[in-house]
Write a protein that binds this ligand. Structure first.
Ligand code: 1GP
Length: 253
């Protein structure tokens, strides 16, 4: 399923480790679903969640945002349309590049060797047709340059974020994302709290090709509008979907 970013303004982040609303057709007016969380996400609950979403809203693209290679397998790669891997600019070294290099190393190595070393195995992805599997993953990859701005969030704790970026740093990070790292996505993450429009304004000035996403604490139409008017290409709504589907619907522009 091709992604047309020009038409995507509302993204729902569904956490497979949390309880989902009984009726998933509430997702019908969102433009994209991201499946991922910060804790207790497994290959099995990811597959189950993707399956439920596909059954309820078959036309909405699904992107998996894993935090560990254990959540990825041949089956998950087949089940989702895209795979986005966050590189956290203000996190620890592990979450900016070490984990990614080890993931790609495991992709390029034969399964037997990986099993022998005790490195995390990428499901049974490599089993026989290693090169095909690598190509499958590569074709679906959407790297994300991430800045986590809520220090009290689980995401910040897991990724070793100890300091928020200033607006000047956000602007510089946006410029670097577009011109140096060339990630297709920059994500300003306030997970669990509403951060307001100022970081988005700072980043948007320096982004042209790169898609700018904002997530965190959006619970109303007004907040959604404020962030989109500040220059985000799309908002990401998470908690509200799990906690209050009726309120969630009001976040959809
Ligand atoms: C979390 O950015 C998303 O990764 C959405 O945040 O859960 O606060 O809506 P909320």
């Amino acid at each position: 399923m091709a992604l047309s970013w020009g038409e995507i303004t509302h993204i729902t982040k569904v956490d497979p480790a949390k309880t989902l609303p009984q009726e998933l057709t509430v997702l019908r007016d969102t433009d994209l679903v991201m499946v991922g969380g910060s804790d207790n996400v497994t290959e099995a609950n990811t597959l189950e969640t993707v399956d439920r979403i596909r059954t309820s809203v078959p036309d909405i693209p699904i992107l998996q945002e894993p935090y560990s290679s254990g959540q990825i397998s041949k089956e998950t790669v087949k089940a989702v349309d895209y795979l986005s891997i966050p590189a956290v600019y203000n996190g620890d070294r592990d979450h900016f590049y070490t984990k990614h290099l080890s993931f790609f190393t495991s992709l390029t190595t034969k399964a037997e060797e990986i099993t022998g070393t005790g490195l995390p195995v990428v499901g049974d992805l490599i089993a026989s047709k290693g090169r095909d599997a690598v190509a499958d993953v590569a074709a679906k990859l959407l790297p994300e340059g991430y800045v986590i701005q809520n220090l009290d969030s689980k995401a910040a704790r897991v990724t070793g974020v100890e300091r928020r970026f200033s607006e000047d740093e956000i602007a510089g990070t946006a410029l670097a994302t577009e011109t140096f790292y060339q990630f297709p996505i920059m994500y300003i993450e306030y997970s669990g709290m509403y951060g307001g429009p100022s970081d988005v304004e700072a980043a948007a000035k320096f982004l042209d090709e790169t898609v700018l996403l904002y997530g965190g604490g959006i619970q109303s139409h007004e907040q959604a509008r404020e962030i989109l008017s500040a220059g985000a290409d799309a908002i990401v709504v998470g908690d509200c979907f799990h906690d209050d589907p009726a309120r969630f619907r009001r976040t959809i522009p």
